[in-house]
Design a protein around this ligand. Structure first.
Ligand SMILES: Nc1ncnc2c1ncn2[C@@H]1O[C@H](COP(=O)(O)OP(=O)(O)O)[C@@H](O)[C@H]1O
Ligand SMILES: [Mg+2]
Length: 428
């Protein structure tokens, strides 16, 4: 089959295999016409013998060309050669039967069977076969009316055969398309399943964390209250020994700082673990981003700096606040991981054309174009096994999309990366 009409993945679904099976049928059909011709001239032995010789020779030629030439020279060349024995056979049988109806049946017969009629080369082959046979028939005194009728029938068959071939081809290519779609869907399903397994794991870690946070929170509340009271009492005391004065000025305030940090961490852990509210709620972007920044600080290597700037106002939002801080956390942790030991990561928020936007920018490694293309696909990671799951951005993308927002990435290899998350302002 010629490549002119390649379909789908570039391979015509009607193959050489198919051609071979057609030719098997063709030989059977031709045999019937030969037998009918022999019956017609029965008794006129030279003619019977001529038809028999033509029949056997043509059959052998057809079969030989198909079986041995196709593998060697390809379908097209083999088909070009195959018309020669067929023209000789048609002309031979026609002369032997004085161009009877039976012999002329070869014309429509070959039109119905020639393979690949919808492309140019097979159509030329058919025209040469039919044309040359018809000319010889006319010159040799065939009944012109009969000949014209048979040529008409041939043209009709030709159209029918093209229709059938195209129909088969369209069904086959549609099936190929369906199969590809099915394979894609299957792959997505597997990814989604692994994704939910990973989510499940995150959820149980979250539950554990919230349990621990809860346990820490109780003692921390009275530690906080007591230390606060102690500091207050020391401040109210006019006469203090030198040691106690140092406690009041230095030790207790820095202890309070430490306590506030522990409380903030416990708070953040609890808010992350608490799970989402059932319905969308109004929330403040800066508050969620701050929580993410505080948690992300634990990932900084010494020398790395994380800058957060939430001074610019951003529109009121409505949605799942935990998801938004999760998105920010994923982006910030990625930025930290991509940054050098003296790298800086900038997190900022603001508004853009009525939408809320937050940006996470780093001066780290940047993202290679081939990774950039598939960045939000699950399991795309450049990190060593155990270091990255390749789920962070896929999850972030899903969550932002659920909020009607979008993530825009710009990255320069070697210079750094910026992720921008746009979130539509709440209508409420
Ligand atoms: N800020 C960034 N700088 C450079 N590469 C990044 C950045 N953020 C993400 N990437 C690239 O995208 C990949 C996918 O990120 P992610 O989905 O979070 O999965 P993971 O962090 O588990 O690898 C990372 O492995 C990394 O190659
Ligand atoms: Mg990540």
């Amino acid at each position: 089959v010629s490549g002119e009409q390649a379909i789908g993945d570039g391979k015509d679904p009607l193959s050489a295999e198919h051609l071979r099976s057609i030719i098997g049928f063709a030989l059977g059909g031709a045999l019937i016409i030969y037998v009918a011709s022999v019956v017609q001239v029965w008794g006129d032995w030279p003619r019977v013998a001529a038809i028999a010789v033509v029949c056997v020779t043509a059959m052998m030629f057809n079969w030989g060309v198909t079986a041995s030439l196709i593998p060697r020279v390809g379908v097209e060349r083999a088909e070009d050669l195959r018309i020669i024995p067929n023209i000789i056979a048609m002309v031979g049988t026609g002369i032997a039967t004085h161009w009877s109806v039976i012999a002329l049946l070869f014309l429509p017969f070959s039109a119905a069977l020639v393979h690949g009629l919808h492309t140019r080369r097979p159509t030329i082959r058919l025209a040469v076969t039919i044309g040359s046979t018809a000319i010889v028939a006319f010159v040799d005194g065939a009944d012109p009316l009969l000949l014209a009728g048979m040529l008409g029938l041939t043209a009709f068959w030709h159209v029918v055969a093209i229709g059938k071939i195209d129909f088969a081809r369209s069904i086959l290519s549609e099936r190929q398309r369906n199969l590809t779609e099915l394979a894609t869907a299957h792959k997505e399903l597997i990814a989604a399943q692994q994704h939910s397994i990973a989510n499940e794991k995150l959820a149980s870690i979250g539950m554990l964390a919230s349990g621990i946070a809860h346990e820490i929170n109780n003692p921390m509340s009275f530690i906080t209250a007591n230390v606060k009271a102690l500091l207050q009492d020391l401040r109210d005391e006019p006469l203090l020994s030198k040691v106690m004065a140092e406690y009041r000025a230095d030790v207790i305030p820095s202890t309070m700082d430490g306590i506030r940090r522990v409380n903030a961490i416990v708070d953040d852990l609890r808010r992350f673990a608490r799970g989402e509210p059932e319905t969308a709620v109004p929330f403040d972007l800066a508050t969620e981003l701050n929580a993410a920044v505080r948690i992300a600080r634990s990932q900084l290597r010494s020398g790395q700096v994380l800058h957060a700037d939430f001074k610019q106002p951003s529109p009121a939002l409505c949605g799942m606040p935990r998801q938004i801080s999760q998105v920010a956390l994923n982006l910030i942790v990625n930025a930290i991981q991509a940054s050098p030991d003296d790298g800086e990561v900038f997190v900022s928020a603001g508004s853009s054309n009525g939408e809320a936007v937050f940006r996470v920018r780093d001066n780290g490694s940047g993202i290679a174009p081939d990774v950039l293309e598939r960045l939000f696909t699950p399991f795309v990671t450049t990190k060593a096994a155990g270091m990255g799951t390749g789920l962070g951005l896929a999850v972030a993308h899903g969550m932002v999309k659920a909020h009607g927002g979008r993530i825009v990435v710009s990255s320069d290899v070697g210079a750094g990366t910026m992720f921008e998350v746009f979130l539509p302002a709440s209508l409420a």
